[in-house]
Design a protein around this ligand. Structure first.
Ligand code: PGA
Length: 239
């Protein structure tokens, strides 16, 4: 595991983009994340694309997760997020982008379909954020390390943390989500995990400064992955 700390989210994201570019080519498959963590990385991707340095025409992508119970067009749906923060600004073919279909009438079928797609793909680089409780994707504490695509009941602390995107009203935050499983995440060839802000300190400490590998702290499984890059800002630094 490579562990790098930076003064700011911006600096960490610039370095994350450099690493990403070394790990992929224009035919790669990306695993993408949402939330506040990857936004500066996506800005780097957009800016380099606009300079003509990289094309996403043949890039495929799979997103980690999506809320259950809000429509695609809801401003906080992860479908919408990806359009707003990345896809609408680069030349990616939206047919090559995949976000779990959490508003499908038949959710079980949609889960199976997403699992099937993931099982037939190889993600070259997975971008990951991390929850204050150590979740990766929406794999909350207690999720089996063997899990595949599934529906999760979001933990109270995750609902609270995400209420900042929903007018600070926890009642507006979806209570469930569909997420790639931990096994799906671990299958990626490379993982770039970003963490910013002091709420992430404890999760980063569990990831970096202990030997614990425990389903109650989902991120700790990453210690078993051969190619993980962890980039944080100084606020997320527990030392
Ligand atoms: P955030 O969420 O990027 O909004 O902080 C990260 C996560 O919960 O995985």
């Amino acid at each position: 595991m490579k562990f790098l700390t930076f003064e700011t989210k911006k600096e960490a994201s610039k370095e994350a983009y450099k690493i990403l570019k070394e790990l992929i080519d224009e035919n790669s498959t990306l695993g993408l994340a949402t939330g506040s963590t990857p936004t500066d990385l996506y800005e780097e991707m957009i800016s380099d694309y606009k300079k003509g340095n990289f094309s996403y025409k043949n890039i495929k992508s799979y997103n980690l997760d999506e809320y259950v119970g809000i429509s695609y067009n809801h401003p906080e749906s992860y479908h919408k997020f990806m359009d707003t923060y990345l896809f609408d600004h680069i030349d990616i073919d939206k047919k090559n982008t995949h976000v779990p279909d959490a508003s499908a009438e038949n959710l079980q079928e949609a889960l199976k379909d997403y699992q099937n797609k993931l099982d037939h793909s190889t993600i070259d680089v997975q971008i990951l954020g991390i929850g204050g409780n150590g979740h990766i994707g929406f794999n909350e504490p207690g999720t089996s390390f063997e899990s595949g695509v599934h529906v999760v009941d979001l933990k109270e602390e995750t609902i609270k943390a995400n209420s900042r995107f929903f007018d600070n009203d926890i009642n507006l935050v979806p209570k469930q989500a569909v997420t790639m499983g931990i096994k799906d995440i671990m299958k990626a060839k490379n993982i770039i995990l970003l963490a910013f802000g002091k709420e992430k300190q404890n999760a980063i400490k569990n990831l970096i400064a202990s030997d614990i590998v425990d389903e109650n702290i989902p991120c700790t499984i990453l210690k078993k992955h051969p190619n993980v890059y962890v980039l944080i800002d100084k606020d997320a630094d527990y030392r």
